[in-house]
Design a protein around this ligand. Structure first.
Ligand SMILES: [Zn+2]
Length: 210
C-alpha cells in the first residue's frame, strides 16, 4: 500500500495479535466509554500516555498538543479543541481524574527559552510561537535566572504543568467538581532519558518520583 509510512505493517500486527479477551473488550467498548482519567499530554512522539501508563483502549481519555498546555476558560473563545475535550470528558463522561503530564526535552518549552520561533511567520514556526506565548510570563523569571540551561528547561516544563493545572481550575465545572470531591486535578513530569514519572505534590510544591 502506498503512503502511510510503515503504519500499515503495525496495523496488520495489531489485527493478527489480538487476543480473544481484547476482541471481547472491543465488543463492550462499542457500547460506550468510561475512562478512568483524562490526560493532557504533549504531542511529542516519545511521551505517549497509553505507553507510559500501560493503558488499554477505553482506559484513558487523551488530549495532546504542543507542550501539554491548557488555555484558561474562555466562554467566548475561538476554535479550541482542548477546552471542548475537557468539557466533554468532565461533564459528559464524568471522568474522575485529570492529569497534566509534561515531559523532558519538550520542543515547545525549548522554543520559548531559546526564542527559536520568536517573530517567525505562520508556517515557519509562528503558529508554535503563538501557542507557546501562553507561558511567556512563566518563562521570563526562569530565563533571566537560568538562561537556556537544562535546569531552565526542567523548571519551565514544571511551570507549564502548574499553569495548565491552574487554568483547568478556571473552568467552572472543574472547580465545582474538585470542590465536591468528584474530580481530582493532578500534574506529573515524564523523563525520556530514565523513563521515570515524577508527580507534583501540591502541598509541598515539589515534583517527586512515584
Ligand atoms: Zn513536548
Amino acid at each position: 500500500m502506498r503512503g502511510y509510512g510503515n503504519l500499515v505493517d503495525g496495523y496488520r500486527r495489531f489485527r493478527a495479535n489480538q487476543s480473544d479477551t481484547a476482541r471481547e473488550r472491543w465488543q463492550e467498548l462499542v457500547e460506550g466509554q468510561t475512562p478512568r482519567a483524562v490526560i493532557i499530554a504533549c504531542s511529542d512522539s516519545r511521551a505517549d500516555p497509553a505507553t507510559i501508563f500501560d493503558a488499554d483502549p477505553g482506559d484513558i481519555f487523551v488530549v495532546r498538543n504542543v507542550a501539554n498546555l491548557v488555555p484558561p476558560f474562555d466562554p467566548d473563545g475561538g476554535m479550541d479543541g482542548v477546552s471542548a475535550a475537557i468539557e466533554y470528558s468532565v461533564t459528559q463522561l464524568n471522568v474522575p481524574e485529570i492529569v497534566v503530564m509534561g515531559h523532558e526535552k519538550c520542543g515547545g518549552i525549548s522554543a520559548v527559552l531559546t526564542g527559536h520561533f520568536h517573530d517567525a511567520r505562520p508556517g515557519e514556526g509562528g503558529l508554535v510561537n503563538r501557542w507557546m506565548s501562553q507561558i511567556d510570563e512563566s518563562a521570563q523569571p526562569i530565563a533571566r535566572d537560568h538562561g537556556t540551561s537544562p535546569e531552565a528547561h526542567r523548571l519551565l516544563e514544571e511551570a507549564a504543568i502548574r499553569q495548565s493545572m491552574a487554568n483547568l481550575r478556571t473552568f467552572p465545572f472543574v472547580a465545582e467538581r474538585e470542590q465536591t470531591g468528584s474530580l481530582v486535578v493532578l500534574g506529573c513530569h515524564f523523563s525520556i532519558r530514565t523513563g521515570e514519572l515524577w508527580v507534583l505534590e501540591e502541598a509541598e510544591g515539589k515534583f517527586r518520583p512515584v
